[in-house]
Design a protein around this ligand. Structure first.
Ligand SMILES: NC(=O)C1=CN([C@@H]2O[C@H](COP(=O)(O)OP(=O)(O)OC[C@H]3O[C@@H](n4cnc5c(N)ncnc54)[C@H](OP(=O)(O)O)[C@@H]3O)[C@@H](O)[C@H]2O)C=CC1
Ligand SMILES: O=C(O)C1=N[C@H](C(=O)O)C[C@H](O)C1
Length: 247
């Protein structure tokens, strides 16, 4: 499989290049970063592109890949319903092409989201804390947004009532961001990579689900699974769990 990497000089993109080079069934044919010409992907004959760039540029990258029939495996964050809708529209005009958008490629983070969904109906309250390195552009993290959205959906399905919160006076931001009714708190500290806690509370008890990526190596098995799977999944797929038998 001929693979191109967008964001190849970045923290994750660089690691993806090394992992693709080490994979027996893949060939790294293009390494593209800011300022490079996207046409390089076409002239190199890339079949699948992996994108770890920046929320501001990822849509242009994907629209280019889709229009050239190149499958894409996307780790870059910043996706909302409007962006996913634009991808579906672009893919409708290129029906053989597949795009995977995965807010988190680490197996443990995907399981943490799954466990949070399982637990949500049993607890009165739930809040999310995401902790990342200080070079991160977006807040809350894509993983926290996705977790909040999945948990909110699980609570709606279970008919859960509003979460108790007597706060009547506060400093702006003190209660975190509101993602579909779920409070999400973000920390940015040197020394961190990517971490998240989902804390659920009920009468007399709490349940804390915590995941830690201590090294960006944690994302690589998931990225390679995405690369190997995407050509047989045309259209838009959101979440790597769809390729893990957990969808
Ligand atoms: N889904 C997941 O599992 C994960 C997702 N991420 C997400 O991936 C993204 C990248 O993260 P990270 O590697 O830490 O960030 P980095 O800033 O380290 O890397 C991004 C790279 O993309 C380059 N870039 C910028 N614009 C373009 C462009 N138009 N074309 C090609 N390359 C470009 C940047 O260049 P320059 O610095 O010169 O601008 C940089 O080299 C973020 O959105 C992050 O949240 C991160 C980890 C895991
Ligand atoms: O920027 C990062 O580093 C990460 N970004 C993703 C996110 O926003 O959820 C995935 C992981 O948390 C690392």
């Amino acid at each position: 499989m001929r693979v191109g990497v967008l964001g190849a000089r970045g923290k994750v993109g660089g690691q993806v290049c090394r992992s693709v080079e080490e994979a027996d069934d893949m060939e790294l044919v293009a390494q593209v970063d800011a300022g490079d010409d996207l046409e390089t992907l076409v002239s190199a004959g890339a079949q699948v592109v992996v994108d770890f760039t920046h929320p501001d540029v990822v849509m242009d990258n994907l629209e280019f890949c889709i229009s050239h029939g190149i499958h894409a495996v996307v780790g870059t964050t910043g996706f909302d319903d409007e962006r996913l809708g634009r991808l579906r529209t672009a893919l409708a005009a290129s029906p053989q092409t597949g795009v995977l958008v995965a807010p988190n490629f680490s197996i443990g983070a995907i399981l943490m989201m799954r466990f949070a969904v399982e637990a949500a109906p049993f607890y009165e309250s739930v809040e999310i804390i995401e902790l990342h390195h200080p070079d991160k552009a977006d807040a809350p993290s894509g993983t926290a947004r996705r977790t909040a959205s999945l948990v909110a959906e699980a609570r709606r399905r279970a008919g859960a009532g509003p979460m108790p919160d007597a706060t009547s006076t506060s400093l702006e931001g003190a209660r975190g961001a509101d993602v579909e009714g779920i409070r999400v708190h973000g920390l940015r500290l040197r020394g961190l990579v990517a971490h998240q806690e989902v804390i659920l509370g009920g009468p007399g008890e709490t349940l804390t689900l915590r995941h830690d990526s201590m090294d960006r190596e944690s994302f690589m098995p998931g990225v390679l699974l995405g690369v190997r799977s995407i050509a047989s999944h045309p259209g838009l797929t959101v979440g790597l769990e769809q390729f893990m038998g957990l969808g």
